[in-house]
Structure formats: structure tokens, C-alpha cells
Design a protein around this ligand. Sequence first.
Ligand code: CP
Length: 332
Amino acid sequence: MSGDLQFDSQGRLHHFLTTEGLDRDTILQILDTAESFVSVGEREIKKVPLLRGKTVVNLFFESSTRTRTTFEIAAKRLSADVINVDTRVSSTTKGETLLDTIRNLEAMHTDLFVVRHSRSGAAYLVAQHVPSHVRIINAGDGSHAHPTQGMLDMFTIRRYKGSFENLKVAIVGDILHSRVARSQIHALTTLGVPEVRVIAPKTLLPTAVERLGVHSYTDMRAGLDDIDVVIMLRLQRERMESARIPSEQEYFNLYGLTTDKLRLAKKDAIVMHPGPMNRGLEIDSSVADGPQSVILPQVTNGIAVRMAVMAIIMGGKAQEEMPAKRPARRHA
Ligand code: CP
């Protein structure tokens, strides 16, 4: 799947489907724009009029807590009219195809679709079939991509670590099935992070993963050595055709993040997780709720980042009316 579809003929971001192929400037534009939207969430009246009169449809064919809700909040903060389609009771249960569902919602003058689907490529398929005035954001497609999660993770890393230039980042867990890991790896390598490691049992690492520009480790203790950012991933059981770990207890012993293992990373390392978390399987509660965890700030940052992506792809007027940029803040 190529990212070309997400740019218009003048090279402007038109849809947001993947972090693969995004250049550094576009990623930084999203992060800087998100920075300018943080203040909106801190006001008493948390609204700007950038998408007033626009209709945003959240179309989630797969479960979600964080992504769906933060997209809804983000669109409302931009003053858009937001519709959440409950796909469990939509006509897809009667056999209507994805594209027919989109065509019907488009006939209601939808301007932007936020699409999550269990099939890799679903958002691409939709983007290929909508007229040019309609925009598509991929909110997660199978094991392929989750680009706004990747961007909010970059935003969180920059807020806590200041820049990307000297970082060592480790992504731990089910890399094979993780759309989040793919989106993070493309963004981290484009932003110039000098060392990105993936840590997992062999059965949960994609073949030739090093081609993505990462170093792979099967020994978590070795992989965590001197790391600045630890990103834990959930075991994606819904995407596994057969068991890929001998037992949950053994997985936790070898790959679960505990305070003991976290001591191998740098003293000021931050711990991230895109959620949903499985406590006691990939992460111990003492770490998830501990002082180095930035897991809940990730969720909060998702609002500003999703506002930024929506404002940028809706283009024109929205960009002229954006709040003034603020410098990145560093949180200890
Ligand atoms: N990180 C993430 O995509 O979470 P949800 O599945 O709850 O949206």
C-alpha cells in the first residue's frame, strides 16, 4: 500500500492513511500544529471554529475506547458536527458493503470520514472511492497502520524528551501484529531517532524486520539497556491464527515490563503504551501506574494531535485560522 494517495497534486496532505512515506517536515507540521491546539483544551470554552459547518463521521468497525472518543472530542473542539455510526446496528449487519455504507453517508454531505476496520487496506479502499472534496483518516486498519496513534506517540516523546536526535527507543511485544509499531517505526526513523529497537520472541517479530531500520532483540534485558523511551505493546490475540507464546506466565516473565526490568533503561526513561493494556501480561501495574509512566498523557495528547490532523487535511480556511504556534514544552 502506497502513501501517495494521501497527498494531492500540489503535495499537500489530503487524506491521512499511514506514516510511511511522510516526510520530516509534514510530521513536524502535525506536531507543531498539535502544540498550538493544546491550549484549546485548557480553556474554559474548549472550542475553535475551524471546522464549523463541516460534518465528520466516525465509522468504527472494530472496538475502540481511546481513538474513537478522542476523535469525537477533537472534532467537537474544532466545531464540526460529529456523527458516530454504531456499526453493530448499522446496515452492514444486513450485508451492505463498506463502500455502499460510505456512499450512503457521503450522500448525507459528509466532509470527513474517520475509519477503523479489522482489514488492512480498508481506509485505502475508501480513500480510492470517495470524491476529491471528501477526506479520509485511517483510525487503524488491521495490522497495517494506525497513523494518528503514531503521531500522538511522537508528540508525547517530544514533549518529554525535547527532541528526537539523541534518543534510543525500544518497542516491546507483539511487533508482528501491531499496526501501532509500524506507524511508530516509520515516524521515528523519519524523525532521525538514531536507535530504534524492537524486542519480542522470534514468533512475534516480522520476517526481516531490520529492513524497517530497527535493531531486533529477543532478550528483553539486553534490549532495554540504556534506553530513553520504552513502548510496550499488547498481545494482539484477535490477529493471531494460533498461539505464538508458550504461556502467559512465561511471556510475562520474559517480556513483561516490571520495575526490575525497567531499571535496565536510563534512569529518566519514560514508559508508553498505546492501550488497551493487559496488566500482568505485558506490563506490571507498578510500572503502568508508576512515576515513569506517560500512558495517560498519551491519551490526552491524542486530542490535540487529532485536531491537528483534521485541521491540516481539511486545509485552506482551517489553516489560516489556527491558533498561534507555541514552543514545545518539556515535562519532567
Ligand atoms: N490505542 C488505541 O487504538 O486504543 P483504542 O483501541 O481504545 O482506540
